[in-house]
Design a protein around this ligand. Structure first.
Ligand SMILES: [Zn+2]
Length: 266
């Protein structure tokens, strides 16, 4: 029965997101599959936390969209998510959910909170940080960077990341209470907060060092995309396999471990 509820719920949400152009067709299909597993193998705790990430991030990407359009051309992650991005955001959570299905243990849930806190913190930092009037600084050396550069951090973006992580922790607790779980609210919020910040900073650090990047010879910016300013870009630095999606996945694993460690130390 849970699988059926999950399938119908996921179909409604993914269908609406597809219509609103927040998901591509491949992204919508991946999201239906993912939502079904999150509810079928998991429960409202898993499904609700995934939805909280998805809905808040979609709303933030629509917020003041016109003033972020130029920057979004530099990012591989744009408003419309395809299957690769959906899996990069929710794939590890899905594996953790299946782990919990096979062997119910609190550890899976804490890792999950950190993973979802990271993808939320990353998205919130990108969407809100893009609105910062001050240029970002490099995570490596503190030098000013052009807005939209991978590895750039700002106070506004970092604050958004911290709040995003804490919101995921609080939301996960609310959904967990519904399912009769007995974890402390403070533990979940702090795990989300620390997990989200650790994951988001890991993402920025990898964006500044190992991520595969391209150089635009027209505007002189380092970008994540093959095409910029209407022209093909050149490979500039980073490891060939370290795509933006790969960086997202690794940083969310780091966020998951940080959340679990935080809860273990409390
Ligand atoms: Zn350019």
């Amino acid at each position: 029965m849970n699988w059926l509820i999950g399938g119908v719920g996921a179909l409604i949400v993914a269908g609406a997101a597809y219509k609103k152009r927040s998901l591509s067709l491949s992204g919508a299909i991946a999201a239906v599959m993912m939502g079904t597993i999150y509810y079928g193998a998991g429960n409202l705790f898993w499904f609700g936390t995934l939805l909280l990430f998805f809905i808040t991030s979609t709303l933030l990407s629509k917020y003041r969209q016109e003033s972020k359009q130029d920057l979004e051309k530099s990012y591989a992650k744009t408003g419309r998510r395809d299957a690769g991005q959906v899996l990069a955001n929710g794939g590890i959570g899905m594996i953790l959910c299946l782990g919990y299905f096979i062997n119910p243990d609190e550890t899976w849930k804490l890792l999950f909170i950190g993973v979802m806190a990271t993808v939320t913190a990353d998205t919130w930092a990108t969407e809100v940080g893009s609105l910062s009037r001050r240029p970002p600084i490099s995570i490596l050396n503190g030098k000013r960077l052009p807005p939209g550069t991978s590895g750039g951090i700002s106070w506004l973006g970092s604050t958004a990341a911290a709040i995003g992580g804490a919101v995921i922790g609080a939301g996960a607790w609310v959904f967990g209470q519904w399912m009769g779980m007995e974890a402390g609210l403070f533990t979940y919020i702090l795990s989300g907060f620390i997990g989200g910040l650790a994951g988001a900073f890991a993402d920025s650090w990898m964006g500044a060092t190992v991520q595969k990047m391209y150089h635009c010879s027209v505007c002189g910016k380092d970008v994540e995309v093959h095409k910029h300013c209407g022209q093909a870009t050149d490979r500039s630095r980073g490891w060939g396999f370290m795509s933006n999606d790969a960086v997202n996945m690794i940083s969310s694993m780091i966020g998951g471990l940080a959340a679990w460690l935080t809860a273990s130390l409390l």
